[in-house]
Design a protein around this ligand. Structure first.
Ligand SMILES: NC(=O)c1ccc[n+]([C@@H]2O[C@H](COP(=O)([O-])OP(=O)(O)OC[C@H]3O[C@@H](n4cnc5c(N)ncnc54)[C@H](OP(=O)(O)O)[C@@H]3O)[C@@H](O)[C@H]2O)c1
Length: 305
């Protein structure tokens, strides 16, 4: 299970199990990355916005020194919102921090351009405290995608994709895309199945990577009754159930990094328990989105618009 791979629409393969690096603090993420790669993880998920690409790069360097081969692993990083009009510059910055010549996947982190000349490199704000966003008529996510397409011939990214794209945004983008995004990375777990986006992406050949599979930091999902029920029945932890349902988890704890590789094949009745839970939450309008930055933007997700 842990070595499952999925074919992307550019012909390359993405390992299903990945190590996330968001909120992995200084002094933690270097060790987490090198440890994960030493025990067989093949996929690391980074981002400029996480502010730790340098340390992720140190972890990669250690792993390479210990015999891991670059071509055997899959590294993703992401374009931040203040760099939408400076894609190659941003990618060069990330590659330098990561100590790599190329990434396997470069994602647009959010479909929202922010002022590249604002009062902060990552989260510029207006004097009244509101987000300093760029209006779509000045620079749209579609223009950003066109800039992402231009990096493919440079070889600095093997594949390009998007993240946090709702149906509305995908429908805006696809008619203008020469290259169909290889991936849409979205929040996904039993409390937020987002089935309509998953189905749409599948029909267009866009692979879904599920982030926050455990429900992110401090998640109540690890104690949600249906999850615990399947865990008891199968003799595994609730985390193993959630990760077997979807896998791109973050941990800086060696025991958990190792445990998170122990996936099980959920059978029909396990899946039914989890999907019934999702349906029940949906019907009672109790879906939970853990990661939703207060950009002040309607992203078109059904549970928020
Ligand atoms: N594209 C995007 O906008 C976006 C947004 C969010 C996340 N992501 C990516 O997806 C990754 C995963 O999402 P996430 O970090 O939000 O949340 P997550 O992986 O669902 O949850 C991480 C939390 O669970 C804990 N944990 C890890 N393994 C565990 C286990 N076996 N048992 C109990 N607790 C465990 C971690 O703590 P310890 O570290 O202490 O183990 C951490 O607090 C991110 O790191 C990032 O790379 C992308």
């Amino acid at each position: 299970m842990a070595d499952t791979r999925f074919k992307l629409n550019n012909g390359t393969e993405i390992p299903a199990l990945g190590l996330g690096t968001w909120q992995s603090g200084p002094g933690e993420v270097e060790k987490a990355v090198s440890y994960a790669l030493s025990i067989g993880y093949k996929h690391i998920d980074a981002a400029y916005c996480y502010g730790n690409e340098n340390e992720v790069g140190e972890g990669l360097k250690q792993a390479f020194a210990n015999g891991v081969k670059r071509e055997d692993i899959f590294v993703t990083t992401k374009l931040w919102c203040t760099y939408h009009s400076r894609v190659e510059e941003a990618l060069d910055k990330s590659l330098k921090s990561l100590g790599l010549d190329y990434v396997d996947l470069y994602l647009m982190h959010w479909p929202v351009p922010m002022n590249p000349k604002g009062n902060d490199d990552k989260f510029p704000k207006h004097p009244d405290g509101s987000r300093d966003l760029v209006k779509p008529e000045v620079w749209s996510h579609i223009q950003t995608w066109k800039e992402l397409e231009k990096v493919l011939p440079t070889g600095k990214a093997k594949a390009i994709g998007v993240a946090n794209y709702s149906l509305r945004y995908l429908e805006q983008l696809l008619p203008h895309a020469t290259v169909v995004p290889a991936v849409n990375q979205i929040e996904n777990h039993p409390s937020l199945p987002q089935q309509e986006i998953v189905d749409f992406c599948k029909s267009k050949g866009i692979h879904i990577t599920a982030y926050s599979p455990l429900g992110s930091t401090g998640s109540p999902m690890l104690t949600a009754e249906p999850v615990v029920e399947v865990a008891k029945k199968r003799g595994v932890t609730p985390a193993a159930v959630l990760l077997s349902y979807n896998i791109l988890a973050k941990s800086v704890n060696p025991e958990r990094i190792k445990a998170n590789m122990d996936l099980i094949k959920l059978d029909k009745s396990d899946m039914k328990t989890l999907t019934d839970y999702s349906k029940e939450l949906e019907a009672s309008k109790k879906l939970v989105r853990y990661v939703y930055p207060a950009f002040g933007v309607d992203f078109g997700f059904p549970d928020k618009s």
